[in-house]
Write a protein that binds this ligand. Structure first.
Ligand code: SF4
Length: 390
């Protein structure tokens, strides 16, 4: 349910009809133009608002705008976030538009929220998601967002461009009314408490009040900083054994203190271990994101990474998700590294980093250590296929 209209469902319904499109989850198919041209719209004139969560959704809107010249397309959503935004201008935050590309005149991309577009206050409508039961089995699990905010108070990690988002488009939910608990869908509901990184204040105020039911699960991202750890510990202790089914996504990145400093995380490996200890104690599931593909590793980083995994409590992490370092436009990594540029239609997306043979050896050694500890500490390893080999 990657639409962004849950906060404004009634508002949107008052303006027209919903048209749901199935998301192509297999990103290897995203480059096949046929996928996009085969999707037909039920109208050929009027206005279509598109919620683009991923770049292929935006590309779909681009293809439609060329194939349906009498429809005006207005595209918002997470991937359409803007970098610097005068009232009527838009510059993309997460990608670049290729040189010499002329956007079709009937395609307007905006970093504004739906409320901004229709000139009402952000989060002023009731939250109400309409689950399209013609497409989704009522008994099947659904995964959807409940927005806490659209930023990250930290914003310093050198591979992340979230800090470039304009302050005036920052939006944060003030009235946390947990309306998703009333959602009319019998199957399991996985609620993504959406934010770049949950704040200590939100950990303290929101987590203890999350509705607990067998059909509700939660996921959110947290920096393993000291203030967050303290807030998490207090919030979980306060629940006295009655915990919500919660999975925390945390950035382990490359767990050597030198590398964590280099990438501007503002945390140490001891802080990450503390998050894992708290989560193990209170049965919170953890999805740890690990980044390989660095070009500046030293022998000491590899030993530090090994000490980190050795110090990790058994079964404290459910899954480690391995990624190769990706240089997104407008990041420091993009300036420092090189690689094969990736495009989707008119959009330039950045590149996967290329590194020297010596650095490749270090990175591979790190992967082997993580593999060894995935058995020893019993966490599931995902993303091995993303690792480059010489
Ligand atoms: S904590 Fe996460 S969202 Fe925030 S700057 Fe770092 S990588 Fe980006």
């Amino acid at each position: 349910m990657t639409n962004g209209f849950s906060d404004t469902c009634d508002l949107c319904q008052g303006k027209g009809d919903f048209f749901w499109v199935e998301h192509e989850g297999d990103s290897s198919k995203w480059h096949s133009e046929k996928i996009y041209t085969d999707r037909k719209l039920p109208i050929d004139k009027g206005t279509v608002y598109v919620s683009a969560a991923y770049i292929n959704h935006l590309y779909q809107a681009y293809i439609w705008s060329r194939n349906y010249p009498e429809i005006e397309f207005i595209v918002g959503g997470p991937v359409a976030a803007s970098r610097e935004c005068a009232a009527d201008a838009w510059a993309p935050l997460y990608f670049q538009v290729r040189d010499n590309v002329q956007f079709p005149e009937n395609l307007k991309v905006t970093g504004q929220s739906v409320e901004d577009i229709f000139k009402i206050s952000n989060f002023s409508s009731p939250w109400r998601l309409e689950v399209p039961h013609t497409m989704v089995d009522p008994e099947s699990p659904i995964y959807f967002s409940y927005t806490l905010d659209n930023g990250c108070y930290w914003g310093k990690c050198i591979y992340c461009n979230i800090k470039e988002a304009p302050r005036e488009l920052f939006r944060s939910r003030e009235d946390m009314n947990y309306a998703f608990a009333q959602l009319a869908h019998p199957g399991r509901k996985i609620v993504r408490l959406n934010t770049g990184s949950i704040t200590p204040k939100n950990i303290r105020e929101i987590l203890p009040n999350l509705p607990r039911r067998n059909d509700l699960e939660y996921r959110t991202f947290m920096r393993s900083a000291k203030a967050e750890n303290q807030a998490l510990k207090n919030a979980l202790a306060q629940m006295k054994g009655d915990f919500p089914a919660l999975t925390l996504g945390i950035g382990i990145e490359f767990p050597s203190d030198r590398m964590l400093r280099f990438m501007g995380k503002g945390i140490t490996k001891a802080d990450i271990l503390e998050t894992l200890r708290i989560c193990a104690q209170y049965k919170v599931k953890v999805n740890g994101n690990v980044i390989l593909g660095w070009g500046n590793l030293l022998e000491e980083d590899i030993r530090d990474l090994e000490r980190f995994f050795e110090g990790m409590p058994d079964e404290s992490m459910t899954t480690a998700q391995l990624r190769w370092l990706y240089a997104h436009p407008h990041t420091i990594i993009h300036e420092q590294y090189q690689g094969e540029p990736a495009h989707l239609g008119p959009f330039y997306l950045g590149f996967s980093t290329e590194i020297s043979p010596e650095q490749m050896t270090f990175n591979q050694e790190a992967v082997k250590i993580i593999q060894k500890y995935s058995q020893k500490k019993r966490f599931k390893l995902e993303g091995l296929g993303n690792m480059k080999t010489p």
